[in-house]
Design a protein around this ligand. Structure first.
Ligand code: GAL
Length: 433
């Protein structure tokens, strides 16, 4: 029997503070599909219970299963639904320490670099580049975490991997680069649609890959890859406007960077909404009090630079000129933008700057710089990073002014552990040209 990576359902039920009825149904559907697949392949089953159930796609579960016991499954679904109690950990202000190791529910540093976040079924889901040292050289992976409060994250699973063998036959060049995954939920098709920057060694293909799944943390399958609007596309970002319209942001080296509207099914690009002629990447957007704020970085590969912002009353523009978000000499405090998250609470609204502090030679030890922005009336400032608290219910963010400003510890030695991350050599990819 092949080894199938994943999490036992028992572990998930123990660690997951809140499973919605929809999630229970989705798990039940996966399990019944797995059983049906197992049946179709003549497999025999004995004991169906959460300890025996991996939370994975029906095909992979089938590899572990024997015969069905529908009554036990229904019992399990009902008991899982009964666990849909409000999360204990998510109530009240939760502490974020920018730049520090950010442990997940397993005590391992979160591997969701260049990430994106969506809210679905009462939980936040964070998708990002999995740069753990256990990802074999030459392979790329995307991880998915969930949280009720944007601070305490549960590792759900590796939702997408690409090995050299999975490389699309018509993809140019050699090698795989898979960066900045962004997942959208399409309510019409009930599909989760992941966009990734898909590239080859040397970053010459400059395409996006589109992968889909029927569940938020299911096994995403690559369905196509292309150059959006026929243009080069490297760093990508996502933006979902207050009216639910979904946009892909992408960097087009010869021309600048685009805000592009996704098609109805999100599987392709409908139209170009705006092209910024400035050569920038790490693009992100937020809509606040009738104004759009766009941020991005200069093109300096893994090295930090002064990130900039511009504003407009419409995505189409006209956009203001770009200004610094922090003292330029701080180079965005060593980070690069990946997303802006707006948290609307009962008392306040907070916009969080999500940045990556890249450590290209020890990528697994790359850190996150999340800070609440001082934003409004056309101004946007990234405060000097230090400890702060976030309460997603009230929307309040409080910076601990007594706490020392962020000072990054030296990078972990190559091959050495980073905050509990597993150890094994990882390949540092070539610089994005
Ligand atoms: C950066 C980009 C990263 C990665 C890196 C490679 O400019 O933002 O996502 O592609 O280049 O050098």
């Amino acid at each position: 029997m092949p080894f199938v990576d994943g999490q036992l359902l028992r572990m998930r039920l123990a660690s997951e503070p809140s499973l919605t009825p929809a999630e229970c149904l989705s798990i039940l559907r996966d399990v019944t599909r797995a059983l049906s697949y197992a049946h179709a392949h003549g497999a025999v089953h004995r004991d169906t219970k959460p300890d025996n159930r991996g939370h994975m796609s029906h095909k992979t579960i089938a590899a572990k299963l024997s015969a069905p016991c529908l009554a036990a499954l229904v019992t399990f679904a009902v008991s899982a639904a009964a666990q849909s109690t409000p999360p204990a950990r998510g109530s009240g202000p939760q502490t974020i320490n920018p730049g520090e190791i950010w442990p997940d529910n397993r005590g391992q540093h979160i591997q969701a670099h260049g990430g994106g976040i969506i809210k679905y079924g009462g939980l936040y889901y964070w998708f990002g580049e999995q740069r753990g040292q256990d990802v074999p050289p030459g392979q790329r992976a995307v991880s998915c975490y969930s949280s009720p409060d944007l601070v305490n994250w549960t590792f759900r699973r590796t939702v997408f991997t690409m090995t050299p063998a999975d490389r699309p036959a018509d993809f140019p060049g050699t090698g795989i680069v898979l960066e900045r995954p962004k997942v959208f939920y399409n309510a019409k098709t009930k599909q989760f649609v992941m966009y990734v920057h898909l590239d080859n060694t040397g970053y010459r293909a400059a395409e996006v890959g589109v992968a889909t799944s029927e569940t938020v943390d299911g096994e995403y399958e690559l369905i196509k890859h292309f150059r959006p609007l026929g243009r080069e596309s490297r760093d990508i970002g996502q933006f979902i406007d207050d009216d639910g319209t979904a946009y892909l942001i992408f960097e087009d080296r010869p021309n600048g960077w685009h805000i592009a509207k996704l098609s109805d099914d999100y599987l392709s690009i409908e139209r170009d909404v705006h092209l910024f002629p400035e050569h920038m990447e790490g693009g992100a957007l937020v809509h606040l009090d009738g104004l759009y704020y766009a941020i991005g970085s200069h093109l300096t590969g893994w090295n930090a630079n002064p990130n900039l912002y511009a504003t407009a009353t419409s995505l189409e523009g006209p956009w203001s000129g770009f200004k610094d978000i922090a003292p330029p000499e701080s180079k965005t405090y060593g980070s690069q933008s990946t997303m802006l998250i707006k948290v609307v609470g009962t008392k306040s609204t907070t916009v969080i700057f999500m940045g990556d502090i890249w450590r290209p030679r020890t990528q697994w030890d790359s850190r996150y710089l999340w800070m609440p922005l001082e934003i409004g009336d056309g101004k946007l400032v990234l405060p000097e990073p230090r400890q702060w608290t976030l309460d997603v219910r009230t929307g309040e963010a409080v910076i601990n002014k007594q706490a020392p400003a962020m000072v990054l510890p030296p990078p972990a030695p190559r091959g050495g552990p980073a905050g509990g991350a597993a150890a094994a050599p990882s390949s540092a990819p070539p610089a994005n040209p």
